[in-house]
Design a protein. Structure first.
Length: 528
């Protein structure tokens, strides 16, 4: 029997005789009963989710030791969980909006962990806040109703200081939500709805993962300040990924599941993308982009018409080069950033490489029309926020060898006065990225906020930073719902956020996972 006590809080989780889980969280009752809890929660879908060490065959020869999520459906639709073949990535969970889901999470890792449902709006105790991390051998019971609109969400560990290491080890999975509005559109479905997780990794000569993002010494320090980039690009856990497609339209859902690499995705023949969705689901209408910029944790959904391709044609999705170092200062990564490109990887952030190949089939082409309107999304203006005249400002700051937010770093239980918002209000948040770190200069930071999906109101750029910014800006898709936004060096981004869901303590942070782990994260409180 293990009992885990969170000192300072009236909250504990325990394994009683291996089955029961008791939580003393006000308002939320966690109980051992398999079908109903004290709060009357009746799950439509019940899953067992386990994080454990495992081995997968990524390369020929010795298998790679990884950490991975494995799930099985205990109750409800058996098709709600699918596994990626021969991959370290976790299962894909697919549910309809409104599904009540119960997840029994078992931590079989040698480290403390907790699961965060990135992009889903769930109560505080279900959100995977680092203070709810459970030790090796521990169990956590998640129960929530999926209230998000249709979209591509995901889940990953969130223990403080070890998120980068655990995600890198293989712990991440997709959580795909559908709803009636989306179903009615009859978008490409089944085999033609493809989820693609892009990640970078480095391997030792005997096929083992190499991670220096959290290490000691000069390499570890640079790794933490820049973020870790690997020199191999994997899609769904596989190098040299090839998608075989019929000559029909496809829906491709991309997640950048990398710790800190930014992708500038483009087709090798220069044909533009038709973007239909972002982090929080479908856009109001499709938009076209010459390329798409995808920062860590961001998702993008493309509608790709392979019916217009020649039978047997092959195409390559590439990540184009962009400057992370534009001469130091506010221009970008500066000398050190450009040279080191992360924790000692041979493939710097901003380098060009191939991401995946598509082999188009030889069958008869079958065209389909993409609807002109996809979803109802209301227009937003700053005036919708109570504080539009004086936005809440969050500035990236550079401390001694450490990035921060408004001069602060993460403290488990701490929330400052200017980090408290009122439930039911709408606010403008202004993210400012003007800090530079010595010779490294400035860096792009993908800023994520838990507990909400937000809208992007506007971006403004310092003239001195314009050239670095414009090398990626045509690939931003700011039209829809977002939970992560890339803020470039010298840039200010205004967000509109509605705090109309759950009260509680949530986090906002940089989703460069090495930055997050070193403390570029803060609590904010939604006060009832
Ligand atoms: Cu995907 Cu707090 O993170
Ligand atoms: Cu999140
Ligand atoms: Cu950052």
């Amino acid at each position: 029997m293990t009992t885990i006590t969170h000192t300072g809080r009236r909250y504990f989780l325990g394994l009683l005789g291996g089955t029961a889980l008791i939580g003393a969280v006000p308002g939320i009752a966690l109980a051992a009963d398999k079908t109903t809890t004290a709060s009357g929660f009746k799950p439509d879908l019940e899953i067992e989710l386990r994080a454990a060490p495992d081995q997968v065959g990524i390369w020929s020869g010795r298998p790679t030791s990884v950490w991975r999520y494995q799930a099985k459906v205990m109750k409800g639709d058996a098709h709600a969980v699918t596994t990626l073949p021969e991959s370290y990535l976790g299962p894909i969970i697919r549910v309809h909006k409104g599904t009540k889901i119960r997840i029994h999470f078992y931590n079989d890792l040698p480290q403390a962990s907790v699961v965060h449902w990135h992009g889903l709006i769930v109560p505080e105790v279900m959100d995977g806040h680092p203070r709810y991390a459970i030790p090796p051998g521990g169990k956590y019971l998640y129960e929530f109703e999926v209230g998000n609109r249709a979209g591509t969400y995901w889940f990953h560990p969130h223990p403080h200081g070890h998120t980068g290491e655990q995600v890198y080890g293989g712990l991440a999975g997709l959580f795909i939500v559908t709803d009636d509005e989306e179903r009615a559109l009859k978008l490409p479905d089944g085999e033609r709805d493809v989820a693609l997780v892009i990640q970078d990794r480095s391997f030792t000569r005997d096929n083992q993962l190499r991670y220096t993002g959290g290490g000691q010494g000069m390499g570890g320090m640079m790794g933490r300040m820049n973020g870790f980039t690997g020199d191999q690009i994997l899609v769904n856990g596989h190098p040299d990924y090839t998608l075989t497609a019929e000559r029909k339209p496809y829906r491709l859902r991309f997640l950048n599941g990398s710790n800190s690499r930014i992708y500038k995705l483009a087709w090798d023949d220069g044909s533009p993308f038709t973007v239909i969705g972002t982090d929080g689901g479908l856009l109001a209408a499709p938009v076209s982009r010459p390329y798409v910029t995808l920062a860590p944790a961001e998702r993008i959904e493309l509608w790709v018409d392979f019916s217009s391709r020649k039978a047997g044609e092959e195409l390559t999705l590439r990540s184009l080069s962009f400057p992370v170092s534009g001469g130091g200062g506010m221009m970008g990564g500066g000398m050190m950033g450009g040279m080191m490109g992360g924790g000692g990887s041979g493939l710097a952030n901003g380098a060009e490489f191939s991401v995946l190949k598509v082999k188009v089939g030889k069958g008869v082409a079958q065209a389909e029309k993409l609807p002109e309107r996809l979803s109802i999304i209301a227009a937003v203006t700053p005036q919708q926020a109570g504080n539009f005249k004086s936005p809440r400002i969050f500035s990236v700051t550079a401390g001694r060898m450490q990035w921060g937010l408004n001069g602060r770093v993460f403290e488990m239980e701490e929330v400052a006065d200017d980090e408290i918002v009122k439930l039911g209000t709408t606010e403008v948040w202004q993210l400012e990225n003007e800090a530079t770190m010595g010779m490294m200069g400035g860096m792009p930071h993908p800023i994520h906020v838990h507990g909400v999906q937000y809208r992007i109101l506007e971006r403004s750029v310092h003239p001195a930073a314009m050239s670095g910014w414009s090398s990626l800006s045509a690939g931003f898709v700011d039209e829809g719902w977002k939970d992560t936004v890339l803020v470039m060096p010298g840039e200010r981004v205004q967000l509109l956020l509605r705090f109309n869901n759950y009260p509680g303590l949530f986090v906002y942070h940089c989703h460069n996972l090495e930055h997050e782990d070193m403390g570029m994260m803060r609590n904010f409180q939604i006060k009832a």
